[in-house]
Design a protein around this ligand. Structure first.
Ligand code: SF4
Ligand code: SF4
Length: 128
């Protein structure tokens, strides 16, 4: 798990206006880690997708051969991307998935969850 400084540095790979980049650099230079946690939450307001989320095919795919319906992904996902029906976990709200996040893959004991390559989606996020 990255610390708050690493998480904020990581955001610099996305497109950013000069003003937003300067705001980020200033915070990283002058704030304590505790202050940066609050800053990080506020900073999210700058994040936008470059086109309608429903036109961006970023969401998990479950390998049915591997999945054992343990429900870990279903229980974890804060966006209710998954549903449990007919004794199976299914992706029923794909466009609720947080763009460029793939946290649930790390939880799956069967390595049954996959996402597209993130480098193909990096241009769909911008900070302005
Ligand atoms: S990446 Fe996050 S939002 Fe997307 S399905 Fe997994 S847990 Fe849910
Ligand atoms: S965590 Fe993996 S094995 Fe468990 S329900 Fe989700 S996809 Fe299936």
């Amino acid at each position: 798990m990255k610390n708050v400084r690493e998480r904020l540095e990581y955001l610099k790979r996305y497109k950013m206006t000069i003003e937003v980049k300067e705001e980020l650099d200033r915070a990283l230079e002058t704030m304590t880690d505790e202050e940066l946690e609050d800053f990080s939450k506020e900073f999210r307001k700058h994040r936008h997708t470059t086109k309608d989320r429903k036109e961006i095919e970023w969401y998990p795919t479950i390998d049915r051969e591997r999945c054992v319906s343990c429900k870990l992904c279903y229980d974890f996902c804060p966006k209710s991307v998954y549903s449990f029906m007919d004794e199976m976990v299914k992706v029923t709200n794909p466009y609720e998935c947080v763009l460029m996040c793939s946290h649930c893959t790390t939880l799956c004991p069967e390595c049954a969850i996959s996402f597209p390559k993130d480098e193909d989606f990096i241009d769909y996020i911008e900070y302005r």
